[in-house]
Design a protein around this ligand. Structure first.
Ligand code: ZN
Ligand code: ZN
Length: 257
């Protein structure tokens, strides 16, 4: 537990609060920096608690908002509040602890808004540029909830298979498989993309996509996932009919009258 204290949310929260209270625009800017660190402390503390299990692609993502978005692809509870109640046999309360989280959309919004104040204004906006104390203060009050409470994790099971390209593990969860059509090897030097095939009871990862059938012989055509791109030529393995991918753009909504 000692290592979790390396991320001190309260420290950054208090710094931001003091800076906002005294706030001229320079201090407000530093308050934004403290609030970004508060968000990072919140996110990294959560990641650190499962650092040995999570895919490297999440752990190595330094922008807290992107790390959360990726984490949520594997763990549906990653951006949720948690509440744990333990009662005595007589029904009276023994423990009642809560973990306060930020939904990924809210976190992303605040993280980006704060980031925009960490830069000098662009020439076009120089004249009108202000850091509004009220909006900074508003963001801090939205972040306040993550400072209190204790980290609670609903453990999801991470599994891994060996990548046939690089030999490193590809980490996944059942939730990820259920909600995606493909998975990319999380080794930065490899990044091979595998199709996820649902075979009823079990799931299989394969480098081949099997979504097409030949319109001449009606047999299934398998293709390396990485080759699915505009202009790629291929043949049906059974009857040798030639095919080519062509990118088509269709409008989803009717043309305006
Ligand atoms: Zn790989
Ligand atoms: Zn064919």
């Amino acid at each position: 537990m000692k290592t979790l204290r390396r991320y001190d949310k309260e420290f950054h929260f208090n710094n931001a609060k003091a800076l906002i209270e005294t706030g001229d625009s320079q201090q407000l800017r530093y308050a934004c920096l403290e609030m970004r660190m508060l968000i990072e402390a919140h996110v990294y503390q959560r990641l650190l608690s499962e650092v040995d299990e999570l895919p490297k692609s999440i752990i190595n993502t330094w922008q807290a908002n992107k790390a959360v978005r990726l984490h949520c692809e594997f763990d549906r509870y990653a951006d949720m509040d948690m509440h744990l109640e333990i009662k005595n046999p007589d029904g009276s309360d023994l423990f009642d602890i809560s973990y306060h989280n930020l939904k990924k959309s809210e976190l992303n919004k605040i993280y980006n808004a704060l980031g925009s104040y960490l830069h000098l204004p662009m020439p076009e906006k120089l004249e009108s540029y202000v850091i509004e104390k009220e909006s900074i203060s508003d963001m801090l009050s939205k972040l306040e909830r993550v400072v209190s409470g204790n980290l609670i994790i609903n453990k999801v099971k991470y599994e891994a298979i060996e990548c046939s390209g690089c030999g490193k593990p590809i980490v996944f969860t059942q939730y990820y498989l259920e909600t995606h059509n493909s998975i990319t090897c999380q080794n930065d030097n490899c990044k091979l993309e595998y199709a996820i095939h649902d075979k009823g009871e079990s799931v299989e990862l394969s480098l081949d996509y099997r979504g097409f059938s030949c319109h001449v012989c009606h047999n299934e055509i398998s293709l390396p996932y990485s080759k699915i791109a505009d202009g790629f030529n291929f043949q049906c393995g059974s009857c040798s009919t030639d095919f080519k991918f062509e990118l088509q753009i269709r409008t989803e909504t009717p043309y305006p009258e």
